[in-house]
Write a protein that binds this ligand. Structure first.
Ligand SMILES: NC(=O)c1ccc[n+]([C@@H]2O[C@H](COP(=O)([O-])OP(=O)(O)OC[C@H]3O[C@@H](n4cnc5c(N)ncnc54)[C@H](OP(=O)(O)O)[C@@H]3O)[C@@H](O)[C@H]2O)c1
Length: 333
Protein backbone atom coordinates (compact mmCIF):
# COMPACT_ATOMS: atom_id res chain seq x y z
CA UNK A 1 0.00 0.00 0.00
CA UNK A 2 1.01 3.66 -0.24
CA UNK A 3 3.69 4.53 2.32
CA UNK A 4 1.99 7.72 3.42
CA UNK A 5 -0.93 9.78 2.28
CA UNK A 6 0.15 12.39 -0.22
CA UNK A 7 -2.24 14.50 -2.19
CA UNK A 8 -0.09 16.08 -4.87
CA UNK A 9 -0.40 15.72 -8.61
CA UNK A 10 2.42 15.74 -11.18
CA UNK A 11 1.62 16.47 -14.84
CA UNK A 12 4.24 15.13 -17.31
CA UNK A 13 4.14 16.50 -20.87
CA UNK A 14 2.64 19.67 -19.41
CA UNK A 15 3.93 21.98 -22.16
CA UNK A 16 2.11 20.16 -24.98
CA UNK A 17 -1.14 21.57 -26.34
CA UNK A 18 -3.34 19.33 -24.15
CA UNK A 19 -0.86 19.30 -21.25
CA UNK A 20 -1.19 23.07 -20.97
CA UNK A 21 -5.00 22.82 -20.85
CA UNK A 22 -4.76 20.09 -18.19
CA UNK A 23 -2.36 22.20 -16.14
CA UNK A 24 -4.69 25.20 -16.36
CA UNK A 25 -7.63 23.04 -15.23
CA UNK A 26 -5.60 21.78 -12.24
CA UNK A 27 -4.85 25.41 -11.42
CA UNK A 28 -8.53 26.39 -11.76
CA UNK A 29 -9.45 23.65 -9.26
CA UNK A 30 -6.67 24.84 -6.94
CA UNK A 31 -5.08 21.40 -6.84
CA UNK A 32 -1.63 21.02 -5.32
CA UNK A 33 0.38 20.15 -8.42
CA UNK A 34 3.67 20.52 -10.27
CA UNK A 35 4.59 20.08 -13.92
CA UNK A 36 7.26 18.08 -15.73
CA UNK A 37 8.54 17.33 -19.20
CA UNK A 38 11.65 16.86 -21.26
CA UNK A 39 12.31 20.43 -22.44
CA UNK A 40 13.15 22.99 -19.79
CA UNK A 41 12.71 26.40 -21.42
CA UNK A 42 8.98 25.98 -22.09
CA UNK A 43 8.49 24.27 -18.73
CA UNK A 44 10.13 27.07 -16.83
CA UNK A 45 7.94 29.74 -18.35
CA UNK A 46 4.74 27.67 -17.94
CA UNK A 47 5.66 26.91 -14.31
CA UNK A 48 6.23 30.58 -13.69
CA UNK A 49 2.85 31.50 -15.25
CA UNK A 50 1.07 28.86 -13.18
CA UNK A 51 3.09 29.53 -10.01
CA UNK A 52 4.11 25.87 -9.58
CA UNK A 53 7.34 23.84 -9.39
CA UNK A 54 8.73 22.02 -12.40
CA UNK A 55 10.95 19.00 -13.11
CA UNK A 56 12.86 18.49 -16.35
CA UNK A 57 13.86 14.94 -17.31
CA UNK A 58 13.72 12.47 -20.12
CA UNK A 59 10.88 9.97 -19.94
CA UNK A 60 13.31 7.01 -19.86
CA UNK A 61 15.32 8.32 -16.87
CA UNK A 62 14.18 6.08 -14.01
CA UNK A 63 16.38 7.82 -11.42
CA UNK A 64 14.87 11.19 -12.35
CA UNK A 65 11.36 9.72 -12.05
CA UNK A 66 12.27 8.47 -8.57
CA UNK A 67 13.37 11.94 -7.48
CA UNK A 68 10.47 13.73 -9.15
CA UNK A 69 7.74 11.39 -7.87
CA UNK A 70 8.85 11.46 -4.22
CA UNK A 71 6.21 13.93 -3.10
CA UNK A 72 3.37 12.94 -5.42
CA UNK A 73 0.48 10.50 -5.19
CA UNK A 74 -0.79 10.78 -8.76
CA UNK A 75 0.73 11.31 -12.22
CA UNK A 76 -1.06 12.55 -15.32
CA UNK A 77 0.99 11.60 -18.36
CA UNK A 78 0.01 13.98 -21.18
CA UNK A 79 3.11 13.20 -23.30
CA UNK A 80 1.93 11.47 -26.44
CA UNK A 81 2.35 9.60 -28.69
CA UNK A 82 2.08 7.22 -25.75
CA UNK A 83 3.88 4.47 -27.59
CA UNK A 84 7.05 6.39 -26.63
CA UNK A 85 6.14 7.32 -23.05
CA UNK A 86 3.53 5.05 -21.43
CA UNK A 87 5.78 2.10 -20.52
CA UNK A 88 8.42 4.30 -18.89
CA UNK A 89 5.88 6.38 -16.98
CA UNK A 90 3.73 3.42 -15.87
CA UNK A 91 6.75 1.49 -14.59
CA UNK A 92 8.03 4.58 -12.80
CA UNK A 93 4.63 4.96 -11.11
CA UNK A 94 4.59 1.33 -10.00
CA UNK A 95 8.19 1.49 -8.73
CA UNK A 96 7.48 4.68 -6.80
CA UNK A 97 3.92 3.80 -5.62
CA UNK A 98 2.15 6.59 -7.50
CA UNK A 99 -1.22 6.32 -9.29
CA UNK A 100 -0.96 6.59 -13.09
CA UNK A 101 -3.33 8.34 -15.50
CA UNK A 102 -2.89 9.23 -19.14
CA UNK A 103 -5.04 10.62 -21.95
CA UNK A 104 -3.99 8.06 -24.53
CA UNK A 105 -6.26 6.98 -27.37
CA UNK A 106 -3.75 4.27 -28.35
CA UNK A 107 -4.95 0.72 -27.73
CA UNK A 108 -1.39 -0.48 -27.05
CA UNK A 109 -1.14 1.60 -23.91
CA UNK A 110 -4.43 0.19 -22.57
CA UNK A 111 -3.10 -3.33 -23.11
CA UNK A 112 0.14 -2.35 -21.45
CA UNK A 113 -1.77 -1.17 -18.36
CA UNK A 114 -3.73 -4.44 -18.41
CA UNK A 115 -0.47 -6.44 -18.50
CA UNK A 116 0.85 -4.54 -15.45
CA UNK A 117 -2.26 -5.26 -13.36
CA UNK A 118 -0.58 -7.58 -10.81
CA UNK A 119 2.43 -5.31 -10.33
CA UNK A 120 0.15 -2.30 -9.84
CA UNK A 121 -1.96 -4.20 -7.29
CA UNK A 122 1.18 -5.20 -5.38
CA UNK A 123 2.24 -1.55 -5.32
CA UNK A 124 -1.26 -0.50 -4.25
CA UNK A 125 -1.63 1.90 -7.17
CA UNK A 126 -4.20 2.33 -9.93
CA UNK A 127 -3.32 2.48 -13.64
CA UNK A 128 -5.82 4.12 -16.00
CA UNK A 129 -4.66 4.63 -19.55
CA UNK A 130 -7.36 6.52 -21.45
CA UNK A 131 -8.64 8.91 -18.78
CA UNK A 132 -9.38 11.68 -21.29
CA UNK A 133 -12.33 11.49 -23.63
CA UNK A 134 -12.86 7.86 -22.60
CA UNK A 135 -14.11 8.85 -19.15
CA UNK A 136 -17.44 9.92 -20.68
CA UNK A 137 -17.41 7.10 -23.21
CA UNK A 138 -16.91 4.46 -20.55
CA UNK A 139 -19.50 5.96 -18.18
CA UNK A 140 -21.98 5.97 -21.10
CA UNK A 141 -21.24 2.32 -21.90
CA UNK A 142 -21.81 1.28 -18.28
CA UNK A 143 -24.98 3.36 -18.02
CA UNK A 144 -26.49 2.00 -21.24
CA UNK A 145 -25.56 -1.60 -20.35
CA UNK A 146 -27.48 -1.29 -17.09
CA UNK A 147 -30.67 -0.52 -19.06
CA UNK A 148 -30.98 -4.07 -20.50
CA UNK A 149 -30.76 -7.48 -18.86
CA UNK A 150 -27.67 -9.61 -19.65
CA UNK A 151 -26.08 -7.17 -22.12
CA UNK A 152 -24.56 -9.04 -25.05
CA UNK A 153 -23.51 -6.39 -27.56
CA UNK A 154 -22.28 -2.80 -27.32
CA UNK A 155 -21.99 -0.46 -30.29
CA UNK A 156 -20.63 3.04 -29.71
CA UNK A 157 -20.18 5.95 -32.08
CA UNK A 158 -18.13 9.08 -31.45
CA UNK A 159 -18.96 12.41 -33.10
CA UNK A 160 -15.94 14.60 -32.63
CA UNK A 161 -15.95 18.38 -32.74
CA UNK A 162 -13.03 20.78 -32.58
CA UNK A 163 -10.48 19.59 -35.12
CA UNK A 164 -7.31 17.76 -34.14
CA UNK A 165 -4.17 18.80 -32.33
CA UNK A 166 -0.82 18.13 -33.98
CA UNK A 167 -0.13 15.57 -31.23
CA UNK A 168 -3.38 13.73 -31.97
CA UNK A 169 -2.54 13.54 -35.67
CA UNK A 170 0.86 12.03 -34.81
CA UNK A 171 -0.73 9.54 -32.41
CA UNK A 172 -3.56 8.54 -34.73
CA UNK A 173 -1.02 6.72 -36.88
CA UNK A 174 -0.42 4.33 -33.97
CA UNK A 175 -4.16 3.67 -33.86
CA UNK A 176 -4.62 3.22 -37.61
CA UNK A 177 -1.59 0.88 -37.82
CA UNK A 178 -3.49 -1.69 -35.74
CA UNK A 179 -6.09 -2.04 -38.50
CA UNK A 180 -9.80 -2.70 -38.01
CA UNK A 181 -10.48 -4.45 -34.72
CA UNK A 182 -13.61 -5.37 -32.79
CA UNK A 183 -14.48 -7.63 -29.88
CA UNK A 184 -16.43 -10.80 -30.56
CA UNK A 185 -17.19 -13.56 -28.05
CA UNK A 186 -14.88 -11.77 -25.58
CA UNK A 187 -11.87 -11.81 -27.95
CA UNK A 188 -10.32 -8.88 -29.85
CA UNK A 189 -10.26 -9.86 -33.53
CA UNK A 190 -9.60 -8.34 -36.96
CA UNK A 191 -12.86 -6.85 -38.20
CA UNK A 192 -13.27 -8.13 -41.74
CA UNK A 193 -15.60 -6.24 -44.06
CA UNK A 194 -17.08 -3.86 -41.43
CA UNK A 195 -19.99 -1.76 -42.65
CA UNK A 196 -21.09 1.81 -41.82
CA UNK A 197 -23.90 2.03 -39.27
CA UNK A 198 -26.49 4.69 -38.44
CA UNK A 199 -26.41 6.29 -34.99
CA UNK A 200 -28.63 8.93 -33.44
CA UNK A 201 -26.72 11.59 -31.51
CA UNK A 202 -29.95 13.34 -30.57
CA UNK A 203 -30.84 14.86 -33.95
CA UNK A 204 -31.74 11.91 -36.13
CA UNK A 205 -29.70 9.16 -37.75
CA UNK A 206 -26.17 9.87 -38.97
CA UNK A 207 -23.90 7.49 -40.82
CA UNK A 208 -20.76 6.47 -38.93
CA UNK A 209 -17.72 4.54 -40.11
CA UNK A 210 -16.28 1.49 -38.34
CA UNK A 211 -13.19 2.66 -36.41
CA UNK A 212 -11.32 0.97 -33.57
CA UNK A 213 -11.37 3.36 -30.60
CA UNK A 214 -10.59 2.22 -27.07
CA UNK A 215 -13.85 0.79 -25.82
CA UNK A 216 -13.06 -2.69 -27.07
CA UNK A 217 -10.57 -2.75 -24.20
CA UNK A 218 -11.73 -0.15 -21.68
CA UNK A 219 -15.47 -0.75 -21.82
CA UNK A 220 -14.91 -4.51 -21.85
CA UNK A 221 -13.15 -3.97 -18.52
CA UNK A 222 -16.06 -1.91 -17.12
CA UNK A 223 -19.04 -3.82 -18.57
CA UNK A 224 -17.75 -7.31 -19.50
CA UNK A 225 -19.91 -7.14 -22.65
CA UNK A 226 -18.49 -9.85 -24.95
CA UNK A 227 -19.23 -8.16 -28.31
CA UNK A 228 -18.13 -4.54 -28.89
CA UNK A 229 -18.05 -2.49 -32.10
CA UNK A 230 -16.98 1.12 -32.49
CA UNK A 231 -17.64 3.85 -35.03
CA UNK A 232 -16.52 7.37 -35.76
CA UNK A 233 -18.51 10.07 -37.45
CA UNK A 234 -15.39 11.31 -39.28
CA UNK A 235 -12.30 9.56 -40.54
CA UNK A 236 -9.37 9.66 -38.10
CA UNK A 237 -6.92 12.34 -39.23
CA UNK A 238 -4.11 10.02 -40.38
CA UNK A 239 -6.49 8.06 -42.61
CA UNK A 240 -6.02 9.08 -46.22
CA UNK A 241 -3.76 12.00 -45.35
CA UNK A 242 -0.22 10.59 -45.56
CA UNK A 243 1.27 13.84 -46.81
CA UNK A 244 0.35 16.00 -43.79
CA UNK A 245 3.20 18.32 -42.88
CA UNK A 246 3.38 18.32 -39.08
CA UNK A 247 5.33 21.58 -39.01
CA UNK A 248 2.51 23.52 -40.64
CA UNK A 249 -0.30 22.13 -38.47
CA UNK A 250 -1.47 24.39 -35.62
CA UNK A 251 -0.89 23.08 -32.05
CA UNK A 252 -4.63 22.55 -31.73
CA UNK A 253 -7.97 24.37 -31.86
CA UNK A 254 -8.20 27.83 -30.27
CA UNK A 255 -10.46 28.47 -27.30
CA UNK A 256 -13.02 30.07 -29.64
CA UNK A 257 -12.96 27.08 -31.99
CA UNK A 258 -13.38 24.67 -29.07
CA UNK A 259 -16.39 26.61 -27.83
CA UNK A 260 -18.25 26.38 -31.15
CA UNK A 261 -19.46 22.78 -30.89
CA UNK A 262 -20.07 19.72 -28.75
CA UNK A 263 -18.74 16.18 -28.40
CA UNK A 264 -21.46 13.59 -28.90
CA UNK A 265 -21.26 9.88 -28.12
CA UNK A 266 -24.03 7.45 -28.93
CA UNK A 267 -24.24 3.97 -27.38
CA UNK A 268 -26.51 1.07 -28.26
CA UNK A 269 -26.64 -2.04 -26.06
CA UNK A 270 -28.50 -5.23 -26.96
CA UNK A 271 -29.60 -7.58 -24.18
CA UNK A 272 -29.85 -11.39 -24.29
CA UNK A 273 -33.63 -11.10 -24.90
CA UNK A 274 -33.07 -8.84 -27.94
CA UNK A 275 -34.11 -5.65 -26.16
CA UNK A 276 -32.12 -2.55 -27.14
CA UNK A 277 -31.22 0.52 -25.08
CA UNK A 278 -29.80 3.70 -26.60
CA UNK A 279 -28.22 6.58 -24.68
CA UNK A 280 -26.05 9.52 -25.67
CA UNK A 281 -23.50 11.84 -24.09
CA UNK A 282 -23.62 15.56 -24.70
CA UNK A 283 -20.32 17.18 -23.65
CA UNK A 284 -17.97 20.06 -24.44
CA UNK A 285 -15.82 19.67 -27.55
CA UNK A 286 -12.89 17.23 -27.41
CA UNK A 287 -9.97 19.34 -26.28
CA UNK A 288 -12.08 21.03 -23.62
CA UNK A 289 -13.56 17.72 -22.45
CA UNK A 290 -10.25 15.88 -22.05
CA UNK A 291 -8.70 18.25 -19.46
CA UNK A 292 -12.01 18.42 -17.55
CA UNK A 293 -12.14 14.60 -17.53
CA UNK A 294 -8.61 13.65 -16.57
CA UNK A 295 -8.43 16.28 -13.84
CA UNK A 296 -11.80 15.06 -12.48
CA UNK A 297 -10.30 11.56 -12.21
CA UNK A 298 -7.11 12.90 -10.61
CA UNK A 299 -9.22 14.86 -8.15
CA UNK A 300 -10.96 11.66 -7.03
CA UNK A 301 -7.59 9.95 -6.55
CA UNK A 302 -6.18 12.87 -4.58
CA UNK A 303 -9.17 12.46 -2.27
CA UNK A 304 -8.30 8.79 -1.68
CA UNK A 305 -10.85 7.32 -4.13
CA UNK A 306 -9.12 4.61 -6.21
CA UNK A 307 -9.04 0.87 -6.94
CA UNK A 308 -5.55 -0.68 -7.18
CA UNK A 309 -4.53 -2.39 -10.42
CA UNK A 310 -5.46 -1.87 -14.07
CA UNK A 311 -8.77 -0.02 -14.36
CA UNK A 312 -10.87 1.74 -16.93
CA UNK A 313 -12.50 5.04 -15.90
CA UNK A 314 -15.89 3.41 -15.22
CA UNK A 315 -14.52 0.21 -13.64
CA UNK A 316 -12.81 2.49 -11.13
CA UNK A 317 -15.59 5.00 -10.46
CA UNK A 318 -18.83 3.76 -12.04
CA UNK A 319 -20.98 6.04 -14.14
CA UNK A 320 -21.05 8.64 -11.35
CA UNK A 321 -17.72 10.03 -12.60
CA UNK A 322 -19.78 11.81 -15.27
CA UNK A 323 -21.16 14.07 -12.53
CA UNK A 324 -17.64 15.36 -11.88
CA UNK A 325 -17.25 16.64 -15.47
CA UNK A 326 -18.80 20.09 -15.95
CA UNK A 327 -21.37 20.64 -18.71
CA UNK A 328 -21.56 16.91 -19.53
CA UNK A 329 -24.62 14.68 -19.31
CA UNK A 330 -26.08 11.33 -20.31
CA UNK A 331 -29.46 11.36 -22.10
CA UNK A 332 -31.56 8.22 -22.65
CA UNK A 333 -33.16 8.06 -26.09
N1 LIG B 1 -8.23 10.76 -26.04
C1 LIG B 1 -8.19 11.98 -25.60
O1 LIG B 1 -9.02 12.37 -24.83
C2 LIG B 1 -7.09 12.90 -26.04
C3 LIG B 1 -7.32 14.27 -26.13
C4 LIG B 1 -6.26 15.11 -26.45
C5 LIG B 1 -5.01 14.58 -26.71
N2 LIG B 1 -4.85 13.23 -26.65
C6 LIG B 1 -3.54 12.64 -26.88
O2 LIG B 1 -2.60 13.29 -26.03
C7 LIG B 1 -1.34 13.34 -26.65
C8 LIG B 1 -0.80 14.74 -26.61
O3 LIG B 1 -1.54 15.55 -27.48
P1 LIG B 1 -1.15 17.07 -27.67
O4 LIG B 1 -2.11 17.63 -28.59
O5 LIG B 1 -0.98 17.71 -26.35
O6 LIG B 1 0.29 16.92 -28.39
P2 LIG B 1 1.52 17.91 -28.39
O7 LIG B 1 1.06 19.33 -28.39
O8 LIG B 1 2.40 17.44 -29.49
O9 LIG B 1 2.24 17.66 -26.99
C9 LIG B 1 2.88 16.47 -26.71
C10 LIG B 1 3.73 16.66 -25.45
O10 LIG B 1 4.32 15.41 -25.14
C11 LIG B 1 5.73 15.56 -25.10
N3 LIG B 1 6.34 14.33 -25.59
C12 LIG B 1 6.04 13.64 -26.71
N4 LIG B 1 6.82 12.55 -26.84
C13 LIG B 1 7.62 12.57 -25.74
C14 LIG B 1 8.64 11.71 -25.29
N5 LIG B 1 9.00 10.60 -25.96
N6 LIG B 1 9.27 11.99 -24.14
C15 LIG B 1 8.93 13.10 -23.43
N7 LIG B 1 7.97 13.96 -23.80
C16 LIG B 1 7.32 13.69 -24.96
C17 LIG B 1 6.05 16.74 -25.99
O11 LIG B 1 7.29 17.26 -25.63
P3 LIG B 1 8.16 18.16 -26.66
O12 LIG B 1 7.46 19.48 -26.73
O13 LIG B 1 9.50 18.22 -26.03
O14 LIG B 1 8.13 17.42 -27.98
C18 LIG B 1 4.87 17.65 -25.65
O15 LIG B 1 5.12 18.33 -24.43
C19 LIG B 1 -1.54 12.76 -28.05
O16 LIG B 1 -1.16 11.40 -28.02
C20 LIG B 1 -3.02 12.87 -28.27
O17 LIG B 1 -3.52 11.90 -29.16
C21 LIG B 1 -5.85 12.39 -26.33
Amino acid sequence: MMDKFKDKLLIYGATGYTGRLISQRAKDLQLDFAIAGRSSSDLESLASTLGVEFYTFSVDDSEAWKTALTDFSCLINAAGPFKGTAAHAMNACIDNKVHYLDISAELDSYQLAESLDSKAKEAGVMLISGAGMFVSYDALALHTAARVSSPKKLSVAFRHFGGFSRGSVKSSKNIMDLGMLFREASEIKPWNDPQPKLFDFGNGAEECLPTPLGGIILSYKSTGIPNIEEYFQLKLPAAGMPALDMDTLPDGPSEEERAEGRTKLSAEVTGADGSIARSIIDAPSGYTLTPLSVVAVAHRILNGDFKPGYQSPASAFGESIINDIPDTRIIDL
